[in-house]
Ligand binder design. Structure first.
Ligand SMILES: C[S@@+](CC[C@H](N)C(=O)[O-])C[C@H]1O[C@@H](n2cnc3c(N)ncnc32)[C@H](O)[C@@H]1O
Length: 292
């Protein structure tokens, strides 16, 4: 009896199920159409660039996919990353210059998704590798003029090269000052950077470029800032002698606002502010600022 009831009831059951399914699809698709015109549209949808809303951007979605499916995580610890994270959260979409491409690049770009994030990378092959997986990142290959092995000599001789004087404060075309990064794309010189992350180039073997030029150039760019506010400079690997010494020389202890793990965070005021607003700073004043 049970079986017969099942068989006799099956066509009716199937009919009801199919009708229910079609009804469901019609209801859902009409909701999607209505939502498309009102609710979802009013949220702004997915955006790939700068915008004035809170919707998720394409680069953020790509970052979620990437980090959800990758075993490789950024080298900075959570505590170190949080220092820059907090600053990025506190600012409107901003100009963010990052030395080095790495496993953290998608993260930095998506934490500043509506801003302008640019990466500078020494290794052209590594640029290709990273961009193959994350084509929306904006990265440039950069050639450095220094080697880590020259760090001590550059530090003890830069003051005798007039074009290295912070009062001259120029990077673009400053061939005579070896610490100035002269091979950057124009966009890097033309913009004022709100955040500068120095986690490259490599500085752990004698022939590597070292971070001397990146630190010096970041300091000059920050001091040249015309916009209001400070430049946030983050320097990683300050447990190493060169990073620490150059940071103390050019970014200055008095501008150091936070240190977590191997990361230092500096807030560098424009030179105009540091010198009381005139924009002109004497050499002795600069040296005393640098050596504090
Ligand atoms: C000191 S590492 C910092 C990496 C970054 N903070 C991260 O979390 O991935 C920076 C430099 O190392 C090099 N590099 C990093 N990962 C690499 C890789 N997987 N293969 C080749 N070079 C790499 C690149 O030249 C890069 O600019």
């Amino acid at each position: 009896m049970k079986n017969r009831a099942f068989y006799t009831g099956k066509p009716l059951f199937l009919g009801l199920a199919v009708a229910g399914l079609i009804g469901g699809v019609l209801v859902i698709s009409s909701f999607i159409r209505v939502a498309d015109n009102s609710f979802l549209c009013s949220l702004g949808g997915i955006k790939g660039g700068r915008g004035g809303d809170d919707s998720t951007t394409l680069i953020q979605l790509q970052a979620i996919l990437h980090y959800a499916t990758s075993n490789v995580v950024p080298q900075q610890s959570l505590g170190e990353i949080r220092v820059s994270f907090d600053v990025l959260q506190s600012l409107p979409p901003c100009n963010f210059l990052v030395f080095g491409l790495g496993h953290d690049s998608l993260m930095w770009a998506s934490l500043n998704a509506r801003g302008n994030t640019i990466f500078l990378e020494e290794d052209p092959k590594w640029v290709q590798t990273v961009l193959k997986n994350a084509p929306n990142l904006r990265a440039h290959h950069v050639q450095y003029r220094t080697q880590l092995s020259q760090a001590d000599n550059l530090l003890s001789t830069y003051r005798s090269e007039p074009d290295c004087s912070p009062s001259k404060s120029f990077i673009r075309g400053n061939i005579k000052c070896k610490l100035a990064l002269t091979g950057l794309p124009d966009e890097v010189y033309d913009k004022e950077w709100d955040l500068i992350m120095i986690d490259a180039p490599r500085g752990y073997f004698a022939e590597a470029p070292g971070r001397m030029g990146a630190i010096y150039s970041a300091a000059v760019m920050a001091r040249n800032r015309k916009k209001s506010g400070v430049t946030h400079v983050f320097l990683h690997d300050v447990d190493r002698k060169v990073e620490k010494t150059y940071a103390e020389e050019f970014l200055c202890r008095k501008n150091l606002v936070k240190g977590v793990g191997r990361l230092w965070h500096f807030e560098i005021p424009p030179a105009a502010n540091a010198s009381g607003g005139s924009g002109e700073v004497s050499n002795s004043e600069i040296l005393s600022i640098e050596l504090k």
